[in-house]
Design a protein around this ligand. Structure first.
Ligand code: CA
Length: 227
């Protein structure tokens, strides 16, 4: 999993970082709320560990902005020193998915992250996605464009499904590669050739290309049909 730690206590952050990395996760960390929010929005994470008391921007505000302004549903596990009902309710109200009170066992942090991720991926993959003229059914792994079925290899389907999850948003090469292949690829040719194949198949079936290349940044799905 790709995990983001937003925690200003260096001892706790280092503990979490070392433990999760040793368990095979890819980890990023931020020591203040503003940097944390920026990372959470600009990169793809499977889970966020969020401290409540942070310099710059507190955890509750960060969570609210992530959900309401950036429209991201990345699973958030809140970490706090205060075990009060009011704090928990506030966290959930602003979009946190789960809660742990300090001090916590590192193994429990990981178990909760994995459980959140499973629930989240189950939720994401069980519903049919519809964007403009595109439909993706994860149960049958089938894609329809402008009412007709599109035959695509599995990697191209995953690429499209990933972008359909957040239409209009620019996905970087790194994000798409880690979403489809599980990590950055050595050359950009892999992504480019799959993207080319996907776009060609869509044009053939629907008569236009719903994917836009955003130079220097990545790709995005155009939300409204042009045809
Ligand atoms: Ca703190």
């Amino acid at each position: 999993m790709h995990i983001l730690i937003i925690e200003d206590d260096p001892a706790i952050a280092t503990n979490l970082y070392d433990f999760l990395e040793a368990r095979g996760h890819s980890v990023d960390a931020a020591a203040d709320g503003v940097t944390g929010l920026h990372l959470a929005i600009t990169q793809h994470f499977d889970g966020i560990l969020l401290d409540l008391g942070l310099p710059g921007m507190d955890g509750i505000t960060l969570c609210r902005k992530l959900r309401q302004e950036a429209h991201l549903d990345t699973p958030v596990l809140m970490l706090t020193a205060r075990d009060t009902l009011e704090d928990k309710l506030k966290g959930f109200e602003h979009g946190a998915d789960d809660y742990l009170v300090k001090p916590f066992a590192l193994k429990e942090v990981e178990a909760r992250l994995v459980a959140m991720h499973k629930r989240h991926s189950g939720k994401v993959t069980s519903r049919t996605l519809e964007t403009g003229d595109l439909t993706f059914d994860p149960k049958t792994m089938s894609v329809k464009f402008a009412g007709s079925g599109v035959k695509l290899p599995p990697k191209c389907i995953r690429l499209l499904a990933l972008m359909m999850g957040e239409p209009g948003r620019v996905f970087s090469r790194k994000e798409l590669e880690s979403g489809v292949w599980g990590g950055a690829q050595e050359t950009s040719d892999t992504l480019r050739s799959h993207m080319h194949e996907l776009r060609r198949a869509l044009v053939r079936v629907g008569g236009y290309d719903p994917i836009e290349t955003v130079h220097g940044l990545g790709y995005r799905l155009i939300t409204r049909a042009r045809a």
